[in-house]
Design a protein. Structure first.
Length: 292
């Protein structure tokens, strides 16, 4: 089976971690790694391992549209607003790792198949990828949830300039995703950067206000969701199973990174790159199947 050509725009931590994951994929081939600075650590890393690099960012794709079929945008929300219409006009399948919300919100374990028919999909946020599936799993048992709140705590060392510059967008997009996928209008998202040394792992707490919760069924639903996510995010686990106290259901998630390019404590970045690669591989498989 031939591999689908992909390009990555954005050469920061997320872009490089994507690159490493793509290099070992059976379905994807990175044919372009593009940014603004050939001397950046990410660009030098890609160049050293033989990947084609460019400092022309999206213009490199405009000049050579045949270089790829899928484009990962790991820049920023403001930049993706500009890139999205260009990629659409070029007929590229865009996978957006910024909190821009230009394309259809995508959480692979929930609506991955639907997203394969779009031209632009948004991977929400790292907190969204970690917590929205659990909120969704709880909603499958209880349609009468009154309120959902999530708290995502990550190491400050794993929050680079892009994350910090977009922190408000990350928080709002996570909240929007909670409401979108559960249908619950009253939601809240809190993201904290923890400066602890040694760095903490990513931890996510989900609170759901439910009257008379069916806690055993909730635990079963959450466990099933955990197993599905682990198929593409191996370091994802429920660290505290759902329990009922003080009028609310509480559960906690931990994410350990794969240690590809980033430290294992950067599970917050790892989960979104894993999700993005999962969607790209599914798109590649279906595309090649349709071509037969």
């Amino acid at each position: 089976m031939s591999k689908t050509k992909v390009a990555i725009i954005g050469t920061g931590n997320i872009g490089v971690d994507l690159l490493v994951k793509i290099l070992r994929s059976d379905y994807l081939e990175c044919t372009l790694f593009a940014g603004r600075n050939l001397e950046s650590p990410g660009m030098r890393y890609a160049s050293d391992i033989g990947v084609t690099v460019s400092d022309k960012s999206i213009n490199a794709i405009i000049e050579d549209p045949e270089c790829c079929d899928i484009v990962f945008d790991a820049t920023s929300a403001s930049v993706h607003f500009k890139n999205a219409p260009i990629l659409k006009n070029l007929g590229k399948y865009a996978i957006d790792l910024t909190p821009s919300l230009v394309g259809k919100m995508c959480v692979p374990v929930i609506n991955g198949d639907e997203c394969l028919d779009e031209c632009n999909v948004n991977m929400v946020t790292c907190g969204g990828q970690a917590t929205v599936p659990i909120a969704y799993a709880i909603k499958q048992i209880h349609n009468d949830i009154k309120y959902i709140e999530i708290v995502a705590s990550i190491s400050s060392r794993s929050a680079g300039p892009g994350t910090r510059a977009n922190i408000d967008e990350f928080t709002q997009t996570t909240k929007d995703a909670l409401s979108y996928f559960t249908g619950i209008p009253t939601t809240k998202a809190i993201i904290t950067l923890n400066p602890a040394d040694p760095p903490i792992l990513m931890h996510n707490t989900i609170y759901a206000v439910i009257d008379n919760p069916k806690i055993d069924l909730i635990r079963e639903s959450v466990k099933n969701m955990e197993l599905k996510i682990q198929k593409y995010v191996p370091g994802y686990r429920v660290s505290i199973e759902p329990l009922f106290e003080s009028g609310r259901v509480t559960t906690m998630i931990e994410v350990v990174g794969m240690g590809d390019y980033l430290p294992k404590y950067s599970g917050n970045l790892d989960i979104i790159t894993c999700a993005a690669v999962n969607i790209a591989e599914r798109y590649s498989i279906r595309r090649q199947s349709n071509e037969k």
